[in-house]
Write a protein that binds this ligand. Structure first.
Ligand SMILES: NC(=O)c1ccc[n+]([C@@H]2O[C@H](COP(=O)([O-])OP(=O)(O)OC[C@H]3O[C@@H](n4cnc5c(N)ncnc54)[C@H](OP(=O)(O)O)[C@@H]3O)[C@@H](O)[C@H]2O)c1
Length: 424
């Protein structure tokens, strides 16, 4: 009698345990995405897997007591792990290369990581935990991330501020929000070369339908730089002569077009090869000359009928910077915003500036964007110009994330024109 009572109780317990396990898996499979996204939340599926295991092993304990022997126990333990193992990939543990189903792309994502400073070979495709959006932030599915020349300095450890290792480069993305908006946003702290990224809600600008992903990216760091060089720094006036150095690059190709649109009298563009000079002429430059430092001043003066120029936009630095200073007209302005030659910054003599009332001004986009009216407004203007076909951002190759090294090799070797992007 006692024994059959025990058998009945154990039987009931085992049925209860089985129901509990089924319930756990039903809840697990229907857990809403919001549970994952809640800031600081425990990973809900993982909690359910643990709960399942606890219940399953209590179940096994009951089974072995009831059986009064351990025959079959090993088989039962093996069976207990099957649903957990089957569930693991869905929870992002060892996510498949093509990515997980949307609901489960929570724990692990593919990203390009820089673990030491150096050339393109320091970039590795890795699997890392996805970032979590905090207050005032958005988690976006990255559609495309922009590569900028400055990224080559960031991974070399020569860009201010020097990032802590390891880090994910990429300071601008076009991404999809969970509510389906296609937004463009800067991420100056990095993190863009990944499947998902966190952006500031206040910086996320919806991309108009008439503007492509790569075009939108061209307008962010590079486009805003070109716009501010001309408008905020040089304060160009109609009819002025403007020299755009490195004009086939991302900033340069937009500076040529914007200068013409804003009413420049003559745009003299420099570029390193015939093909690159043909490109800048097709963008509206009046003359294109070699960007080589030797003979730079003579070539530019020749291109301007022997006359000095009003504005020089220089990102090459070193000898080209010094030569550019020497060809400025009265009240001329040289805006320096880069040092692609890596020749350093030559000293500037204030007395020599006064001789012809010339000015040298530095520009850095990051602090510029802290000034009200410097971000969304010029971006909206350039979106409208692009949608209308007036501005035509030059779009270069889109590289898969796995080819980040090749993308950086091409930028450093001066093989790219316009905007270079990485696609997850
Ligand atoms: N201050 C800021 O806020 C800011 C913002 C954006 C960009 N920038 C700077 O602006 C420049 C252009 O940026 P980007 O993103 O438009 O780059 P990009 O598309 O890669 O263009 C860079 C151009 O610089 C020239 N160049 C590259 N290496 C050179 C070298 N060793 N010596 C001389 N010229 C070289 C190349 O033109 P050619 O081969 O045709 O001569 C190349 O097309 C970079 O120096 C970047 O750091 C500054």
């Amino acid at each position: 009698m006692g024994s059959s009572r025990l058998q009945a109780d154990v039987g009931l317990l085992r049925v209860g345990m089985s129901v509990a396990m089924v319930a756990i898996f039903v809840v697990d499979l229907t857990v809403p995405q919001a549970w994952h996204d809640a800031p600081g939340a425990l990973d809900a599926p993982l909690v359910f897997v643990c709960a399942y295991l606890v219940v399953r092993f209590v179940h096994l304990g009951v089974y072995s007591v009831a059986a009064g022997r351990d025959a079959g126990l090993h088989r039962q333990i093996a069976i207990a792990w099957i649903p957990v193992a089957a569930n693991a990939p869905l929870h992002g543990l060892g996510a498949p290369a093509g990515g997980c189903p949307a609901r489960y792309t929570v724990l692990i994502m593919r990203a390009v990581q820089c673990t030491r400073f150096g050339g393109p070979d320091v970039l590795d495709l890795v699997q890392v935990p996805e970032p979590v959006a905090g207050d005032g932030q958005l988690l976006v599915d990255v559609v495309a991330a922009g590569v900028n020349f400055a990224d080559t300095s960031r991974i070399a450890g020569s860009y201010r501020p020097v990032p802590d290792l390891p880090f994910i480069p990429g300071t601008e993305v076009v991404g999809r929000t969970t509510d389906g908006r296609r937004v463009l946003a800067p991420i100056f702290g990095g993190g863009g070369f990944a499947e998902r990224a966190v952006v500031e809600d206040a910086d996320a600008v919806v991309v108009p339908d008439g503007v492509g992903d790569a075009e939108a990216l061209a307008l962010l760091v590079q486009g805003l730089t070109a716009w501010h060089l001309l408008k905020s720094c040089a304060r160009m006036r109609c009819g002025e002569t403007i020299v755009v150095n490195a004009a086939a690059g991302g900033v340069g190709s937009l500076a040529v077009q914007l200068a013409k649109h804003f009413g420049a009298g003559r745009v003299i563009a420099t570029a390193s090869t015939d093909a690159r000079r043909d490109l800048v002429l097709s963008l509206g430059a009046d003359v294109a000359v070699s960007s080589e430092a030797a003979g730079y001043a003579e070539r530019v003066l020749d291109a301007n009928d022997g006359m000095p120029v009003d504005i020089v936009l220089d990102s090459i630095g070193g000898r080209v910077f010094s030569a550019g200073l020497g060809i400025l007209a009265n009240f001329g302005r040289l805006i320096t915003f880069g040092n692609a030659s890596r020749e350093g910054n030559p000293p500037v003599d204030p007395g020599a500036l006064a001789d012809r009332n010339t000015a040298v001004m530095g520009f850095w986009l990051r602090p510029a964007l802290t000034v009200p009216g410097t971000y969304a407004e010029p971006l909206a203007e350039m979106f409208a110009l692009t949608a209308a076909g007036v501005l035509q951002p030059v779009v270069d190759a889109a590289y898969p994330l796995a080819d980040a090294r090749r993308a950086f090799d091409d930028v450093i070797a001066r093989r790219t024109t316009g905007k270079v992007t990485l696609r997850p």
